[in-house]
Ligand binder design. Structure first.
Ligand SMILES: [Zn+2]
Length: 165
């Protein structure tokens, strides 16, 4: 299971400061809800885009529960689960800022993300409206993203996503 956690740094700082090595275990197991049973298990590696069109290789901390034996990993909120591109860049592209220096190299992939969001939208719209409390009835992916206003991908994903690994 992936737990999305906000870190007050960007991807480069997360990497250069070695923050993956200092991620504390969640207090409660997300599987069995038992307290103080998660112990460090190790890491897995994943990529995320950095500034200047670079791709960074991050270590993601994993924990195992001594009560139920299941694992949980801590994904920094700047990274989207199973997606390469940094959340800030996704957000800018989805908001129509399609010519920025950090967007341009990834436009083809970002268009795929947008098409996926659009194809997923009709099923997700009720959940999105309930989770974010938008008063308007979003009728399209574009309108939903406009309604989301200042929301950010990472924070919003943390509210919506708990993914099993
Ligand atoms: Zn457990």
């Amino acid at each position: 299971m992936q737990l999305i956690v906000e870190f007050p740094v960007d991807a480069e700082q997360y990497l250069s400061q070695g923050l993956a090595q200092n991620v504390p275990p969640p207090e409660t197991c997300p599987h069995c809800q038992t307290r103080a049973t998660l112990e460090a298990l190790g890491y897995y590696q994943r990529n995320v885009t950095g500034s200047k069109s670079t791709v960074l290789r991050l270590s993601i901390r994993r924990f195992r529960c001594n009560a139920c034996g299941k694992t949980a990993s801590i994904l920094p909120a700047f990274a989207q689960p199973y997606r390469l591109i940094h959340n800030c860049v996704i957000h800018r592209f989805f908001c129509g800022q399609k010519n920025g220096a950090d967007v341009m190299p990834w436009r083809a992939l970002l268009r795929r993300y947008w098409r996926k969001f659009g194809s997923w939208f009709s099923r997700a719209d009720p959940v999105l409206r309930k989770s974010f409390g938008h008063a308007t009835q979003s009728r399209s992916p574009e309108r939903w993203w406009e309604d989301a206003g200042t929301s950010r991908c990472g924070r919003d994903s943390a509210r919506l996503v708990v993914t099993k690994t």
